[in-house]
Design a protein around this ligand. Structure first.
Ligand code: UD1
Ligand code: CA
Length: 448
């Protein structure tokens, strides 16, 4: 009897050449998160105490990604890639001493969730996750006996004409006790159409020794694999569909859901409104009663209750908006805390700052936060009023209730309640324009 501890082996050593991409395949994002991270999330969701990712030597980026998230002990290198069975064997050393259940998943199957494959655990033998394929071309077929038991998996290239008619396919996900799995893999040979060591051969080998084999089933969409850009886009579309349905079910008012793009971790509370063509990059929370207006882009931002953002606003990481804050069109906000009721309604850049409650930042204002080498902070006190087209050259503080005259370039702190004017004094010359125009017109008449 093996222990019921769980481990996962995630295969990610394939080259992914069909992506025709500069990025390794498994690092391509779905919902703003690398496909490989989705696979690791599922393994963690299953309660796997050990997770090993099998990587190839061709992608140091993938290795670095796994090391950063799970540590160096989670990496197993397969060199060269000689098939899925060979890939799983490459993880054997990393799992030495582990005697529980092992589940095998793929780094390029981004929509699979823990709940979809929980049923694969628990058997004493080999369990394969199958699915009913709309188009089985290319997949391994599950051969099911009269009693509903799993006899074997036959790869597309090896299948007979009758076997090719089978539409129940192998998702690639498989679970088995560690000792049995590695025992069986030691017997797998590569005398097949691709000259590879097929993981799928362990089913027949298990049967041969009288070990139990069975299939459990998942939804085709959940197990879809990504091999080319078109499939990545398809996975993204399926992912977005689910996110939109969840947002609507939670009570988000979203009149054109198909135009709204969510990230894997977007949190919009019920009672918020999201207008058409809004894009949520990762790390965004939106509170109830807030309204995200059309064509806005948000990333790493928190939007407070009753706040209004956009249309055409950009919230970048660290934008933290309190209740009833207003960020209007063509305003960019980065790493700024805006306290309750603060406003920046038109055409402004607010970066690295704290803006007090009820402060008003006029149209065209720029927080000049960068001197070419360092970033500096701007502080605007509660209830301050910054006139239009001002430049606040950080580091600088505008006091509570202070005013900045329109068009000022502010380089020194402004005390509470003071008015700062930092612009050329206006000169008025009576009659000058009339005389000037008359003179110029006379010159033109002389020339022609
Ligand atoms: C595999 C299955 C097939 C199943 C299909 C589901 C086998 C022999 N076939 O076929 O039954 O229907 O997946 O999509 O298992 N990989 C490695 N090292 C290798 C080879 C592959 O890490 O040497 C990884 C790949 O990166 C990929 C996964 O394993 O993530 C599957 O490999 P792939 O070559 O795409 O297998 P298929 O031929 O699609
Ligand atoms: Ca594949």
């Amino acid at each position: 009897m093996t222990s019921q501890a769980r481990a996962a082996i995630i295969l990610a050593a394939g080259q992914g050449t069909r992506m025709k991409s500069l990025l390794p395949k498994v690092l391509h994002p779905v919902g703003g998160r690398a496909m490989l991270d989705h696979a690791i999330d599922a393994a963690e969701g299953l309660g796997c105490e050990r997770i090993v990712v099998v990587v190839g030597t061709h992608s140091p980026q993938v290795r670095a990604h796994v090391e950063a998230r799970l540590g160096a002990e989670a990496v197993a290198v397969q060199d060269p890639p000689l098939g899925t069975g060979h890939a799983v064997l490459a993880a054997k050393a990393a799992l030495s001493g582990f005697d529980g259940q092992v589940i095998i998943t793929y780094g390029d199957v981004p929509l699979l969730k823990a709940g979809d494959i929980e049923g694969a655990f628990g058997g004493e033998g080999v369990t394969v996750v199958g699915f009913e394929a709309r188009d089985p071309t290319g997949y391994g077929r599950l051969l099911i006996d009269a009693d509903g038991g799993l006899e074997a998996i036959v790869e597309h290239k090896e299948a007979s004409p009758d076997q090719l008619k089978v539409t129940v396919c192998n998702s690639g996900v498989m679970a088995a006790p560690a000792a049995l799995l590695f025992d069986l893999l030691a017997e797998v040979k590569n005398d097949n159409a691709k000259g590879e060591y097929y993981l799928t051969d362990v089913v027949e080998l298990a049967r041969g020794r009288g070990a139990p084999t069975r299939a459990v089933y998942a939804d085709e969409d959940a197990v879809m694999g990504v091999n080319a850009q078109a499939e990545l886009a398809q996975a993204e579309a399926l992912f977005q569909k689910v996110q939109r349905e969840m947002a609507l079910a939670a009570g988000v008012m979203m009149p054109a859901p198909d135009t709204v793009h969510f990230a894997w971790d977007t949190q919009v509370e019920g009672g918020a409104t999201v207008e058409p063509y809004v894009v949520f990059a990762p790390g965004v929370t939106v509170a109830a009663g807030a309204r995200i207006r059309a064509f806005s882009h948000l990333e790493g931002a928190a939007v407070g209750p009753g706040a209004e953002v956009g249309p055409y606003a950009r919230l970048r990481p660290g934008a933290n908006l309190g209740a009833k804050v207003k960020i209007g069109n063509f305003v960019e906000v980065k790493n700024v805390r805006m306290d309750d009721g603060a406003k920046a309604n038109h055409l402004a850049y607010l970066g690295d700052a704290a803006v007090g409650a009820g402060a008003n930042i006029g149209a065209g204002t720029i927080f000049c936060n960068y001197d070419g080498v360092f970033k500096h902070r701007t502080t605007v006190g509660q209830g301050a009023f910054v006139g239009s087209n001002s430049s606040l050259v950080a580091p600088v503080t505008i006091g509570a209730g202070a005013m900045v005259g329109s068009g000022s370039v502010v380089t020194q702190d402004v005390p509470d309640g003071a008015l700062a004017l930092a612009r050329a004094r206006q000169a008025v010359k009576p009659g000058w324009a009339t005389r000037f125009m008359a003179m110029m017109k006379a010159k033109k008449a002389q020339k022609s």
